[in-house]
Write a protein that binds this ligand. Sequence first.
Ligand SMILES: CC(C)=CCC/C(C)=C/CC/C(C)=C/CC/C(C)=C/[C@@H]1[C@@H](COP(=O)(O)OP(=O)(O)O)[C@]1(C)CC/C=C(\C)CC/C=C(\C)CCC=C(C)C
Length: 437
Amino acid sequence: MSVALLWVVTPHSEAATGNVFLVSAREGNCLVNSSRALSRDRSVPRNVVVKKGVKQKLSVSSLNAHLGNSCMRTSGLERGRKLSVLSSLVATPAKDLIMTSQQKVYEVVLKQAALVKRVGNKEDIEVKPDFVLPGSLGLLGEAYERCREVCAEYAKTFYLGTLLMTPERRKAIWAIYVWCRRTDELVDGPNASHITPTALDRWETRLEDIFIGRPFDMLDAALSDTVSKFPIDIQPFRDMIEGMRMDLQKSRYKNFDELYLYCYYVAGTVGLMSVPVMGIASESRATTESVYNAALALGIANQLTNILRDVGEDATRGRIYLPQDELAQSGLSEDDIFAGKVTDKWRHFMKKQISRARKFFDEAENGITELSSASRWPVWASLLLYRQILDEIETNDYNNFTRRAYVSKSKKILALPTAYAKSVVPPTRIPSPIVKA
Ligand SMILES: CC(C)=CCC/C(C)=C/CC/C(C)=C/CC/C(C)=C/[C@@H]1[C@@H](COP(=O)(O)OP(=O)(O)O)[C@]1(C)CC/C=C(\C)CC/C=C(\C)CCC=C(C)C
């Protein structure tokens, strides 16, 4: 993965403003809001303030490099390791035995949908204006600007799509994107070999701090502001970190149930984080749950596609993100994957995997139409572009061992007007079996 150079702000002076006191905890970009009075209660207004600093050229991975240092001295370490989604979802071991990963994840979907229903998710969501303290004028704006730059650098097409969204929504999506990208970089970036479960625990502590309005650095501050404005729950963020833990510990998946859970953790979560920002169209008659389910499906579809594209590359790292029982059913062994020979058995296996990924894309499609109008185009574009990777694997005669399936620039450009045409289709108006409760 390429590592783009980014401009980030490094605080260089301490600033005390009202009851919010920002301290540069070390030379790096560590922001600590010392106001312990800040409540966990989401109804209490939280001020996210970032400190003015000098610009320094850094990479995304170097932004995470301080994870092992003193900035993590704060309370979170004492809080101990967080419970995994499984333990939070499954009340009893007996229940654990009978629930599939899809059922467990669906409980998260219901929880997220309920939150949005409670808070309300009108298309014209009223976003609170930035609360700017004297001396911090525009710093939040600067934080979002850094997020915009990361997004524009790493995800060009998607970034263009976000420009169609309302300014508040697009800023929020950039902030979420940056947090996801940094989280992924922990286990997938150049410093990945140094990442330990403890480092991920610290990252989770930092996440908790973001949600209580105590951002550690500039980029965290943007997310802190975002989660104070939109009905976004912390669970999908925690779950993404859980996915990174899984990646550290596990390199084989017994069956699709195990793989599904991994895909939820690292990608389905992105869908759940994004919908509260994107908004559901006010005229939509679909249930909130069904829209969240579609968002989850798009994340799963993207991740399955990603896995199928990268089989060869992952194998060189000793990783096989494929259901082992299905490999065996097709008469394939691990050695066949490491040998990397395209055989009829492999083609047969791949056809089944591609067909499953396409089903998840199909499931996502209906949900996109229910999103607020300005959010539909970037999501359609992302679906069409990612789904084409599956077509390219077929074009490569299923050689995903030594050939990377890639969608040409011209095909990408062609997909954009198609995405636009799909995005102008209005949401369902007639009540359907999945009408809002
Ligand atoms: C419009 C849109 C796509 C919004 C999502 C924006 C967002 C917050 C993206 C974060 C993506 C990210 C960096 C995730 C970290 C984990 C990860 C890397 C997941 C893989 C993404 C692909 O990234 P890439 O091709 O760069 O992979 P490499 O790192 O190079 O290997 C994933 C495959 C998952 C991405 C998942 C999504 C984009 C979920 C999309 C779902 C929605 C936006 C919900 C839409 C709503 C409905 C109702 C369908």
